[in-house]
Design a protein around this ligand. Sequence first.
Ligand code: CUA
Length: 161
Amino acid sequence: MNVEFYERIWMWAAVLLLVLFVGTILVTATSEAIRPPSHMETIDPGALADSPEFSNPAVIVRPDGSVVVSVVAQMFSFSPNPIEVPANRPVTFRITSADVDHGFEILGTNANATVLPGYVSQFTMTFTKPGVYTIGCNEYCGLLHHNMTGMLVVNDPESSR
Ligand code: CUA
């Protein structure tokens, strides 16, 4: 089979692009922890008031010492606010929306989840640097979207003793 020289160049360019794209996905998934969502849990957004967890979203320390933060996002705030968690301990965030699509991004970290009504977004991370972090909504959700921020306070348990 005879393949034209220029066609050969384009074929190899296409293969190179595929390798590049798949490589990018592999590198970010392994080294940057950039992953598609893996947690699938549904909830009735109209019945959050009846939910034992989301009717009063809060930071809870379980008996085994693990920290769970339940968050409700709704136009144009996050609840609870501020969120206070300890440093150097795995913190599991469970976030849902009471109205429209929102985002939950902890600026300066790789924590970033889309928050959809009807679903619970969940991820776990450990904060090694105590301090105050800003939480931003990065999904356009209405006229005051740009005002939708929250505060995360990471406390150093060692220094408060
Ligand atoms: Cu909530 Cu933008």
